[in-house]
Every structure is written in structure tokens, then in C-alpha cells.
Design a binder for this molecule. Structure first.
Ligand code: 6PG
Length: 486
């Protein structure tokens, strides 16, 4: 039976916004939090009377059984603490949904622990930040199918919509919801790094100013690259700085030239990017499963390199900063839109290939068409391209990699030249391009009939008798390798 009641545990910004969103969509909502301020804040913002309390018992009493409870607390120990307090007070058949960015092995464990107690448990990725939570996120629930039917109308009422379809669906078994959200974030890291490299190519490689770069991103956002991340990149580049600083007090070389009237906020933001771990988890599990995701890996590493600010400053004065103007700045800028298309496509392709392998390995039963559908709106990696991905998986639900989908053959044969141009010109100018260059290398390697791995196999056999396969005979072979000349 569908339910129209939702309890929300954790009324911080994400929890409160999701609770208000559910309320707007016609769901009866009760909320609880340890903090009195959070409870009162939720009550004050709610458009109609709600149960808002710091008392867990009163909160649970306000929810008809079987209960539906969304937990929105920071990933890690706080989730276990909440489940520990909730579980003894719940009734058989109650459903608890963890909507945080929990690591999927934790979700798997919690799922089993709750099932032993006769309780249902979902790990649900929620994407779209504060704004999305309030007005329409993308949601990625995974877990037992039966209780999903009960909460589907609630979640569908809250989710973003694209062409009348909600950006939420039951994705699969076990921890699949959090797994899909983790890979979403891995792709997010990759796309963000690609956009940062495009900015670097235009800034240092072609000497463009912020407004011009913002205009270009804005222009690209009207074509095939249309996506949330390209849109916000345009906004960020145009944003003026509001802090009044005299030009003489501007920091070092990174500041806009003296006498420039317009100052941009971006130019005053320190070039170090933090991370909470979801991108790293994506790379770690991809390595465990043997799935190549080099662009995501490179994006994670790029954040680590960015964090070495002091070391980089010291090394720059010792070794010299490599970056300079590209040989042909006009050609570089001209190549960028198509280079971005190719690099974006490759990054999504790596993420979807990982989902495909993980679904088999962990028996999630993922349908990649549904994942693409849920990512079309509300989430950080939403993009027009997702519709094409959805169609590609609908046409072939066993597609090994998006790069070989018929819809992308032409796009890739056109755009990969631009990607090569951009990488060539950028690297020639000393601009570090970890994401762009790994996207190109992945594309070139994936479509290489022959790779030099025969030499690696031979080396392994030479020093460790690890054996190799031959192209002309069955089985594994070992050779008596001899020093040259003997
Ligand atoms: C989303 C985001 C979000 C994530 C931030 C920050 O889908 O809304 O992925 O869940 O927390 O993007 O992540 P990092 O701190 O790891 O960059």
C-alpha cells in the first residue's frame, strides 16, 4: 500500500529541505533532530502544521506503521548512532532510508543488520545540493523491492522531473543506491576537473579574460554540452568580487592586473580543492573490480596535487612554472567545445562501465537505462547527454561501453581530433592536463586493436615465470628468456 507519511531524522540543511520538499508534495511529515534550533527552524519554515520534536519517542508515535523514515545525518558514525537508537523502537516492516553519502560497504552491513531485526533498509543517494533537496533532487534508492512501492509516490513527488518523468527509481538490490551515488560523484569529480582544465587552457594557454571565458562556457551551454556543471562554470567566471581591496593589496601574481576595474571572485579563491571521499571510493572500487576509470582517478589525484600548495610554490621557484601561452591560442580555443564533448563522453563512459561490472559482481541488478534516466535531472552531473545515454542503453541493455554505442561513433570521430589538438597544444605549453590527457589515452587505448601489453606480459614471464598467452596457440606459455646476444 502506498504511504503518505514520512519521518525525517536530521534537520540540518539537507534534511530540512527534503522534509519541506516532501511537505510541499503533499506528504505528512514529522521531523526530529537532537538540536532544538534545527527542530524549531523546520517548524517555522513548514507551510502547514508538522510534528517537529527533539523527542525520538514522540517522533515515532507521530508516524503510522509501517513507518517510512529518512535519515539525513553525516555519513559514517552518525548513521550507526541513529540506527542504534531507532532500531529497538521500530516495528517489523518499518523502512529506514539512509539519504547521506554513505560508503557502500557500510550500507551493505547496515542492510544485513536491519534485515536481521525484521526491518527494511535502503541506502539512497541524493544529489543536487541544498537547492535540489528543496525543489527537486535526483534520488537513487537501492534495497528490497517490496517496501519501495510504499514510498515510491512520496519520493516521486519530491524528485526533479524531466519530460514529466521523476528523477528517482528503485535502482537495484542491496547497497546499489549508494554505489550508484558514489559513481555519480566519481563522474562529478572527472567533469569538474575537465572543466577546470578547459579554464586553464583558456586562461594560461590562450590568455583569455574571465568574462570571455564565462561567455564561451555560456555559449557551449546552449549546445550539446548543455549541463549543470557547464552552466555554473559560466556563472562562476562572471561573478564579481564584492570584497573591497585596494589594487596594491591584491595577492601576488594571481591577482588581476593593477588598475583593472572589474575584479572577479574566482581570482581570489585559493587554488586548493578539498574532497569528502566519494571520488576516491569510486577509484578504489574500480581498481578492486579491475575496471579502468583513469579520468576519475586523475581528477581525484589532481585534488591531492592542488592541496600541496606550499610544496608547489616552493617547487615553482626552484624548477620554474611550466605553463605558458600555447603555440596557436585561436586553434586551442576553437577546439575546446568539441574536446569537452569527447572528454565528457569518455568520463561518463568510464562511470557507466564501472556500474555495469559492479552490478554483476555485487548482484545489484542495475538497469543502466534507468540510471541514465534518474541522472537526467536534479543531480550535479545532469546534462542533455544523459538522454542520449538512456537511449543507447535502451537500444542495447548489454552495451559494454558507451563509446561503442552507434549514436556516438560520429560524435567521437569528429570530437576526438579536437581533444587531441587541445591536449597537444596544452601539453606543449606546459599546462597540466591530467583529466583531458587520460580521457584521450582511454579513448585511444579502448579503440586500439593492438596494445603494447605483449611486452609487459613478456617482461612478467622473463623475471617471474608468470606465463603469457600466445595469439597462435591455446593455453598459457612460458619461455626460456635469454640475455641478448646469447
Ligand atoms: C551531490 C554532490 C554532493 C557532494 C559534494 C561535495 O550530488 O549533490 O555530489 O553529494 O557532497 O559534491 O563532494 P566532495 O566534497 O567530495 O567534493
Amino acid at each position: 500500500m502506498p504511504s503518505s507519511h514520512l519521518g525525517v531524522v536530521g534537520l540540518g540543511i539537507m534534511g530540512r529541505n527534503l522534509a519541506l520538499n516532501a511537505l510541499d508534495a503533499g506528504t505528512e511529515v514529522a521531523g526530529t533532530d537532537l538540536g532544538d534550533d534545527a527542530v524549531r527552524g523546520f517548524e517555522a519554515e513548514a507551510a502547514r502544521p508538522v510534528t517537529a520534536t527533539t523527542d525520538l519517542g514522540a517522533f515515532l508515535d507521530a508516524l503510522p506503521t509501517p513507518r517510512n523514515i529518512l535519515v539525513m545525518v553525516p555519513a559514517g558514525k552518525p548513521v550507526d548512532a541513529v540506527l542504534g537508537s531507532l532500531a529497538p523502537k521500530l516495528s517489523e516492516g518499518d523502512l529506514v532510508i539512509d539519504g547521506g553519502n554513505s560508503h557502500f560497504p557500510d550500507t551493505r552491513r547496515r542492510h544485513d543488520e536491519m534485515a536481521e531485526k525484521g526491518l527494511h533498509f535502503f541506502g539512497m543517494g541524493v544529489s543536487g545540493g541544498e537547492e535540489g533537496a528543496r525543489h527537486g533532487p535526483s534520488m537513487m534508492p537501492g534495497g528490497p523491492m517490496d517496501p519501495y512501492a510504499r514510498v515510491a509516490p512520496i519520493l516521486e513527488g519530491m524528485a526533479a522531473e524531466v519530460d514529466g518523468e521523476p528523477c528517482v527509481a528503485h535502482l537495484g538490490a542491496g547497497a546499489s543506491g549508494h554505489y550508484v551515488k558514489m559513481v555519480h560523484n566519481g563522474i562529478e569529480y572527472g567533469l569538474m576537473q575537465i572543466l577546470a582544465e578547459a579554464y586553464d587552457l583558456m586562461k594560461r594557454g590562450a590568455g583569455l579574460g574571465n568574462d570571455r571565458m564565462g561567455d564561451l562556457f555560456g555559449q557551449w551551454n546552449t549546445g550539446p554540452l548543455r549541463s549543470y556543471l557547464v552552466e555554473i562554470t559560466a556563472d562562476i567566471l562572471h561573478q564579481p568580487d564584492t570584497v573591497e581591496v585596494h589594487p596594491d593589496e591584491m595577492p601576488g601574481d594571481e591577482a588581476p592586473p593593477k588598475g583593472m576595474t572589474g575584479r572577479y571572485l574566482l581570482d581570489f579563491i585559493k587554488d586548493t580543492a578539498k574532497q569528502k571521499g566519494t571520488g576516491k571510493w569510486t577509484s578504489q572500487d574500480a581498481l578492486d573490480l579491475g575496471v579502468p576509470t583513469p579520468t576519475i582517478d586523475a581528477a581525484v589525484t589532481a585534488r591531492y596535487i592542488s592541496a600541496l600548495k606550499e610544496e608547489r610554490v616552493a617547487a615553482a621557484s626552484l624548477l620554474g612554472t611550466p605553463a605558458g601561452r600555447a603555440d596557436d591560442p585561436d586553434r586551442l580555443v576553437e577546439a575546446l567545445e568539441r574536446a569537452l564533448r569527447a572528454a565528457f563522453l569518455v568520463t561518463y563512459a568510464q562511470g557507466f562501465a564501472l556500474l555495469k561490472r559492479a552490478s554483476d559482481a555485487y548482484e545489484y541488478g542495475l538497469d543502466l537505462e534507468t540510471v541514465a534516466k534518474v541522472w537526467r535531472g536534479g543531480c550535479i552531473i545532469r546534462a542533455d547527454m544523459l538522454e542520449t545515454f538512456r537511449e543507447a542503453f535502451r537500444a542495447d541493455d548489454d552495451l559494454p561501453n558507451l563509446l561503442v554505442a552507434p549514436a556516438f561513433t560520429e560524435v567521437l570521430s569528429d570530437c576526438r581530433h579536437a581533444l587531441r589538438d587541445a591536449v597537444d597544444l596544452g601539453i606543449g605549453a606546459g599546462i597540466p592536463l591530467p583529466a583531458f590527457s587520460t580521457a584521450l589515452a582511454y579513448l585511444d587505448a579502448y579503440r586500439s586493436e593492438w596494445l603494447p601489453a605483449n611486452l609487459v606480459a613478456a617482461q612478467r614471464d622473463y623475471f617471474g615465470a608468470h606465463t603469457f598467452a600466445r595469439i597462435d596457440q591455446e593455453g598459457m606459455h612460458h619461455a626460456q628468456w635469454m640475455p641478448a646476444g646469447l
